[in-house]
Design a protein around this ligand. Sequence first.
Ligand code: UT7
Length: 335
Amino acid sequence: MRSAVIAGIGSYLPPTLVTNDDLAARLDTSDEWIRTRTGMAVRHVVDPGDATSDLAVEAGRRALASAGGGGADALILATTTPDHQVPPTAPEIATRLGLGTLAAFDLSAACAGFLYGLTCASGLIATGAAERVLLIGADAFTTMVDPDDRGTVVLFGDAAGAVLLRAGAADEPGAVAMPVLGSDGSLADLIKVPAGGSRSRSSGPPSKQPDPGDVYFTMNGRETFRHAVRRMSEASREAVTRAGWDLTGVDRLAAHQANSRILAAVADELGFEPERQLSNIAEVGNTAAASLPTLLAHSAADGSLRAGHRVLLTAFGGGLSWGAATLTWPDVTVG
Ligand code: UT7
């Protein structure tokens, strides 16, 4: 069976920075609290008027360049912050990248979106529906969090990361082994934006406006933390077993950058010492669907991830939804 093989990678961070001290200047928080509880120091944020597609186009352009040029015949945008409810954002990105009238769609699986996207891309390639798939994970979560809620605003940054996947063989470097995916809708309320969807729009008379606060992102942090550690650890074990690997033989753990304490707990559970863990949380914060591809791009660029490394990817987020995947890192130049 044909596999999806990573042939190019790129990422993009908007230039505007928000430091912990910037947040502490207007909220009841501190650099010390944010660093010790989350591991974050700074995050990049979109400027007013900018949106997810603006980040995604840049990351997509870089991934295509990294793959040596050429187009794609499918584009998947993993995001929770599309530019609009309608239309989907992926077709506009395709047009702005000059990719023509290819298949293009949005995929909503919160912070696990990149791993769900890898699975979809693998399926498109395995069935012959596509030869080259551009998969972009992009989110502008700062447009969704309450700027006055210290419990969430400190956590998120905006970013996009992208990979160009081509058809290849399962034993090639860069081939994505079929990921492990899971979900638990019984815990949907742990991470939620109450308003904006059909549930809130269909309730009450048309004149009834949603509570202004309901348009913002909410999260039960403590409960989410617990499930994140458990689900990423379990999915990781399963993905490594499926690959016929052993956890001690994994060279790099690339986990969704939600919180440095979650990362430490997962690494501890799986037996990964710090040298085998990739992290960029201090510089970017939690960038949702962009987290994993941005982490891979940054790590490949700074040399902490190198060709031949056996990599374990894992992510967890709203839904709840989670996943894990394995691949051997290919010889690619970051775009
Ligand atoms: O990407 C999707 C997945 N996301 C995650 O997995 C995130 C999971 N959760 C977390 O990362 C952590 O739960 C948080 C970072 C969100 C919170 O850390 P915590 O250690 O769980 O803190 P907490 O929510 O239990 O709050 C402890 C205290 C509270 O004060 P009291 O009630 O003890 O007086 C909070 O009000 O910390 C307070 N607090 C803050 N203090 C200063 C909450 N946010 C802040 C803040 N600055 N920014």
